[in-house]
Design a binder for this molecule. Structure first.
Ligand SMILES: *[C@@H]1O[C@H](CO)[C@@H](O)[C@H](O)[C@H]1NC(C)=O
Ligand SMILES: *[C@@H]1O[C@H](CO)[C@@H](O)[C@H](O)[C@H]1NC(C)=O
Ligand SMILES: *[C@@H]1O[C@H](CO)[C@@H](O)[C@H](O)[C@H]1NC(C)=O
Ligand SMILES: *[C@@H]1O[C@H](CO)[C@@H](O)[C@H](O)[C@H]1NC(C)=O
Ligand SMILES: *[C@@H]1O[C@H](CO)[C@@H](O)[C@H](O)[C@H]1NC(C)=O
Ligand SMILES: *[C@@H]1O[C@H](CO)[C@@H](O)[C@H](O)[C@H]1NC(C)=O
Ligand SMILES: *[C@@H]1O[C@H](CO)[C@@H](O)[C@H](O)[C@H]1NC(C)=O
Ligand SMILES: *[C@@H]1O[C@H](CO)[C@@H](O)[C@H](O)[C@H]1NC(C)=O
Ligand SMILES: *[C@@H]1O[C@H](CO)[C@@H](O)[C@H](O)[C@H]1NC(C)=O
Ligand SMILES: *[C@@H]1O[C@H](CO)[C@@H](O)[C@H](O)[C@H]1NC(C)=O
Length: 558
């Protein structure tokens, strides 16, 4: 009995020792303490980790000192040495005896975070529960903050971080995107900033306005930027302007819909394609929807030569080029895909670009000159093509008459060919019809408008307005694929909106297949599908609302 008890006490003590040891691992102490691979610091809440990572790349031994969330080492939200990868695993982070915190490694200059002005003896660096890595002087009564990672952000914005300026210290907080999704160098094309004059968020491409949030409407939304779409977390925006500082920040709180493991945390990542993405709701703003001379959803028109009309924009397409000038392959490793698009946009001979996707970096591109014909190519490579969305609107009468004559004489022949083709391809034809103007670029579907098939594509703003931001009062019920809400369009029509939950596992292809399936069922005695809405990863189906129909008919769970 006694030895058994002793063993139990021993185990208990061992557990306590280990547990307290693990809890202590959020702090780096001055002096002999240091951090090197594979050791890490973990915040007390277990959510954030500071350590060395190869960004998920197996081929390269290069390492970066970073802080990541939820074990995602491939894209840390903060990087200490984004422009200076360490060639091996020789990196060491330490606070030396005089109080300087630096990262040293073999074969390169140290990265210095803080150099002490006076010799201090009790300095610690703590990875806090907010994800902030803070260097403090423990001797000073107020635990004075000497340096913090939140003051030198990379490409990700966390609750509690600031964007804007401190007039007193000259500190200017902004984000800078990675160059590509694989290369974190500070040579990225995009910045995310707080415009202190206009009191709005802006994305700039190489210093030029690319997207703006529009003015702040309330503590939860800007004109073109809102994140409170009925998800499990609520966001609130803070805008402060005083003698010292002019800044924006945001807070997250879990609401009553949050599941047990849901955290009151989210972060906004500025991607290398110029989008700002909230990682909890996956909502994206800017980025590929700003594709030329469109000025919707906060996009700024691109500056360029007069040959680029107001209707020109880049679209992802498969097809063939007729080259009048040989293509130019540019492997320049400083060119992001968005830089390539900008270069092409500014040269009137250029009709499109193809990113070079399979090199180590996802940088560089192919420029095409001549003309482009849409079609399905064997390997289905997608190109960014400059298309003219408004050519029909600009046609004059003579052309319309000439075209009509041509159309009438060609219709017979084409009709015959098409009929045979349709017969052969069956349902695939409808699929092609849908993919043709949607391709991979779901963002093309952002704006309200009829795209040829009889399904309407609604903007997220329209759906938000119609359903009162997916308010609880508008909720009709819950299907296996997601909740269904009632809404009213500006023209008074009543609709039912089915929000496909992300956990339904529906990708874009499945979504399109469902659309096709439902479109095919239209003639049957079912609720009519009016259209859809795609916002980032969120997909919604819009049905005609019929009060007498049972809820089941809106849900289509089979
Ligand atoms: C990475 O390190 C391993 C072991 O040290 C070595 O064998 C390999 O050649 C290195 N790879 C590169 C790309 O340097
Ligand atoms: C991270 O990984 C460790 C070890 O695999 C695990 O114990 C921990 O729960 C993970 N943390 C999160 C937040 O997923
Ligand atoms: C450092 O400061 C902490 C908090 O003020 C104090 O508890 C600790 O004793 C100090 N350590 C040394 C070596 O001065
Ligand atoms: C702050 O930095 C950003 C990015 O470099 C720059 O565009 C902006 O003009 C700066 N703001 C001020 C007030 O210096
Ligand atoms: C946001 O504004 C609303 C109404 O103006 C107010 O009731 C609410 O307390 C505010 N929330 C925060 C976090 O400031
Ligand atoms: C933003 O801050 C300024 C200055 O503090 C204030 O005048 C303005 O009303 C704020 N705007 C919003 C939408 O809260
Ligand atoms: C999250 O909630 C916990 C307790 O509910 C609180 O202590 C913590 O500060 C919150 N974190 C953030 C980032 O709001
Ligand atoms: C690569 O592109 C960058 C950015 O456009 C440019 O500054 C640089 O001169 C280019 N390098 C070469 C070798 O063309
Ligand atoms: C990848 O980028 C690094 C710099 O970040 C550069 O040294 C290297 O040449 C690039 N590789 C390719 C294949 O472009
Ligand atoms: C456009 O690109 C073509 C082909 O590379 C080149 O010959 C021409 O000089 C470029 N035009 C301008 C204005 O840069």
């Amino acid at each position: 009995m006694l030895p058994c008890m002793a063993s139990w006490i021993y185990r208990f003590l061992l557990f306590c020792f280990c547990a307290s040891h693990a809890l202590a691992a959020d702090t780096l102490y001055q002096g002999d303490d240091s951090l090197s691979s594979p050791n890490t610091l973990v915040s007390k809440n277990g959510l954030f980790t500071l350590g060395f990572t190869g960004l998920g790349s197996a081929e390269s031994n290069a390492s970066y000192l970073g802080i990541w969330y939820n074990n995602d080492t491939s894209h840390p939200f903060w990087l200490a040495n984004r422009g200076k990868p360490i060639a091996d695993n020789s990196g060491v982070l330490a606070i030396d005896g005089s109080g300087n915190m630096k990262l040293t490694y073999s074969g390169g200059d140290p990265v210095e975070f803080y150099s002490s002005q006076s010799s201090t003896t009790n300095i610690t660096a703590i990875l806090e529960d907010s994800g902030n890595f803070v260097l403090k002087d423990e001797n000073s009564g107020s635990q004075q903050v000497l340096w913090q990672s939140f003051d030198s952000p990379t490409d990700t914005f966390l609750p509690g971080m600031k964007l804007g300026i401190n007039h007193r210290t000259g500190q200017n907080w902004s984000l800078l995107s990675w160059l590509s999704d694989l290369v974190p160098t500070p040579a990225g094309a995009f910045t995310f900033e707080w415009d202190t004059n206009g009191k709005k968020l802006v994305i700039k491409r190489r210093g030029v306005f690319y997207w703006t949030s529009g003015p702040l409407r309330s503590n939860t939304s800007f004109e073109n930027f809102y994140l409170n779409s009925g998800k499990e977390v609520d966001f609130s925006f803070i805008n402060d302007s005083n003698a010292d500082e002019d800044y924006f920040m945001f807070k997250v709180s879990a609401n009553e819909y949050a599941s047990r493991d849901q955290r009151n945390f989210s972060m906004w990542q500025l991607r290398s394609d110029g989008s700002i993405v909230d990682l909890t709701t996956s909502q994206a703003f800017g980025g590929p929807i700003c594709k030329g001379n469109n000025a919707d959803a906060g996009c700024e028109r691109w500056s360029g030569p007069t040959c680029r009309s107001n209707w020109n924009s880049f679209e992802l397409r498969s097809g063939y080029f007729f080259e009048t000038v040989p293509r130019k392959v540019d492997y320049n490793s400083s060119l992001s895909t968005s830089d390539c698009k900008d270069i092409c946009w500014k040269n009137c001979t250029c009709v499109g670009v193809t990113p070079i996707a399979n090199n180590a970096n996802n940088t560089g591109c192919v420029f095409w000159y001549g003309s482009f014909t849409q079609g399905l190519t064997g390997n289905n490579i997608q190109h960014y093509i400059i298309v003219d969305q408004g050519s029909s609107g600009k046609m004059n009468w003579i052309w319309i008459i000439l075209a009509s004559v041509g159309v009438v004489s060609l219709t017979g022949l084409a009709g015959l060919l098409l009929y045979r083709r349709r017969r052969r391809h069956g349902e695939k034809y409808l699929f092609e019809l849908l993919t043709m103007d949607a391709t991979n670029d779901t963002l093309e579907l952002e704006n309200d408008g009829n795209k040829g098939h009889n399904l309407k594509v609604f903007s997220a703003a329209t759906i938000m307005a119609a359903t009162n931001s997916f308010s609880a009062e508008n909720k009709l019920g819950q299907g296996g694929f997601g909740p269904v809400y009632k809404g009213t369009l500006p023209d008074g029509r009543e609709i039912a909106v089915k929000r496909l939950s992300k956990s339904s596992g529906q990708g874009l292809v499945e979504f399109k297949n469902e659309l096709i399936l439902i479109a095919k069922l239209q003639h049957m005695n079912l609720v009519r599908l009016v259209g859809c809405c795609i916002q980032g990863e969120e997909k919604m189906l819009v049905y005609e609302y019929m009060p007498n129909k049972s809820l089941d008919s809106f849900i289509f769970d089979e």
